[in-house]
Write a new protein. Structure first.
Length: 342
C-alpha cells in the first residue's frame, strides 16, 4: 500500500530545496511533486466535479463520485493553504518509508506534514510538478538581499561605589593660659587706709586653653554621571545574490538543415573533393557549422569564435579540425547569410 506524504512550505524556494534533499536520499524524482497555487488552479478546473477535485486527483481518487473518496475537510484545508501562498511537496512512497519521508520534510522546514492514503503513479506526480502535460515549467529562482538591523552588545561600563580611608592633616594654632605667681620686692608708702590693707581677701584666677575640636561633615565634591552618547553612522552593505537565468536557444531543425544541404553538397564538390573527401564524410562538419550559427555562445566574427569552436569539435573528433575547418566555416557563414562564393 502506498501513501502520499504532503509537506506544507512557505514558498517555492524552500519547497524546491526540500524536494532536492528527498531526491538525494534515494527517492525517485518522479514520485516527488512541487505544487503551488498556479498548478492547483489549473487542475481544479480539469477535475471539477470529481470527489475532492484537484486533491482527489492528487491522491489517486479521481474516478470516485461527488461526495465519496477524499474528505471535504481535507480538500478545504489544502485549498486554503494554497490560497494563502503556501507550496506543497508531495511524495508517494510505500507505507514503511512514509515516516522517514515525514521526518525529512520536517527537518527541511515544512510547516505541516500529513500522510494521505493514495495510489498515484510516479508519472502522475510528475505531471503535477510540470503544471500540465502540454507545458514544462522552468522556475527562475532569484535571491533577494534583505538588510535589517539588530541591537548587539559592544561592551559597557560597570561602576562600583565604595568607601576608602586616607590620612588628612590640618595645622592650627591653639591658645593656652597659665597663671604665673611672682613676688617682687617693693618699698613705697601705703596708699590705702591701714584698716583696708590688713583685711582678709581671696583672689581667684582661672586658666583657660584652646583645644582642637574635630567635626566631620559630608560634602559632595564630585559627581560621576553615567549616560550614553548616541551617534548614527551610515554603512553600505555589499553582498552577492544569485539568480537563475534561462537562455532560450533555437537549435537548427533537421528540416531547416535539409533545405541548405544541396548548397553544402555543391561546396564540398567544388572545394573539398580535391582533398579526397566525400559529402558523406563532410556532412557532420557542415551540420556542426550550421548549428554553431544558431548557438548564442558563438556569436561574433569567426576570429572570435574559432578557438572555442575548434575545442568543442576536437573533443568529439580529435585531430580532424584542420581537415574539416573549411566545411564548418562555410556552413557557419551560410547559416548566417554571409557565405562567399567559393
Amino acid at each position: 500500500m502506498a501513501k502520499t506524504v504532503v509537506g506544507t512550505f512557505d514558498n517555492v524556494l524552500e519547497a524546491e530545496r526540500a524536494a532536492e534533499r528527498l531526491e538525494d536520499t534515494g527517492i525517485d524524482r518522479r514520485a516527488i511533486a512541487v505544487i503551488d497555487n498556479n498548478v492547483g488552479r489549473s487542475y481544479e478546473q480539469q477535475w471539477k466535479g470529481k470527489s475532492g477535485s484537484f486533491w482527489s486527483w492528487l491522491f489517486g481518487d479521481v474516478e470516485s463520485e461527488q461526495g465519496r473518496g477524499f474528505p471535504a475537510e481535507e480538500n478545504t484545508y489544502y485549498s486554503e493553504q494554497l490560497g494563502r501562498g503556501a507550496v506543497f511537496v508531495t511524495v508517494t512512497v510505500a507505507d514503511d518509508r512514509a515516516a522517514r519521508v515525514s521526518e525529512l520534510m520536517q527537518s527541511g522546514g515544512a510547516q505541516d506534514v500529513r500522510a494521505e492514503s493514495g495510489t498515484r503513479s510516479a508519472g502522475s506526480q510528475g505531471a503535477a510538478r510540470r503544471g500540465t502535460e502540454q507545458e514544462r515549467v522552468v522556475p527562475i529562482v532569484e535571491e533577494q538581499l534583505k538588510v535589517g538591523k539588530r541591537t548587539v552588545e559592544r561592551g559597557g561600563v560597570r561602576i562600583y561605589a565604595h568607601t576608602v580611608q586616607k590620612p588628612v592633616e590640618e595645622h592650627l594654632r591653639l591658645r593656652e593660659e597659665r597663671i604665673k605667681v611672682e613676688r617682687r620686692p617693693v618699698n613705697r608708702p601705703l596708699e590705702t587706709p591701714t584698716g583696708q590693707a590688713f583685711r582678709d581677701q581671696t583672689i581667684e584666677l582661672t586658666e583657660s586653653a584652646e583645644e582642637a575640636v574635630v567635626e566631620k561633615q559630608a560634602r559632595v565634591v564630585e559627581e560621576v554621571v553615567v549616560g550614553k552618547d548616541v551617534r548614527e553612522r551610515d554603512e553600505t552593505i555589499r553582498d552577492t545574490v544569485r539568480r537563475g537565468e534561462v537562455e532560450v536557444e533555437r537549435t537548427g531543425a533537421a528540416g531547416a538543415f535539409a533545405t541548405m544541404e544541396p548548397e553544402f553538397r555543391q561546396h564540398c564538390t567544388r572545394t573539398l573533393s580535391q582533398s579526397g573527401l566525400s559529402y558523406d564524410q563532410c556532412s557532420p562538419a557542415y551540420r556542426y557549422g550550421y548549428e554553431l550559427a544558431g548557438n548564442k555562445k558563438y556569436r561574433g566574427d569567426w576570429a572570435t569564435i574559432e578557438a572555442d569552436a575548434r575545442r568543442d569539435w576536437e573533443q568529439r573528433n580529435p585531430g580532424t579540425w584542420e581537415r574539416f575547418k573549411a566545411a564548418i566555416r562555410y556552413a557557419w557563414d551560410s547559416a548566417r547569410g554571409k557565405a562567399q562564393a567559393a
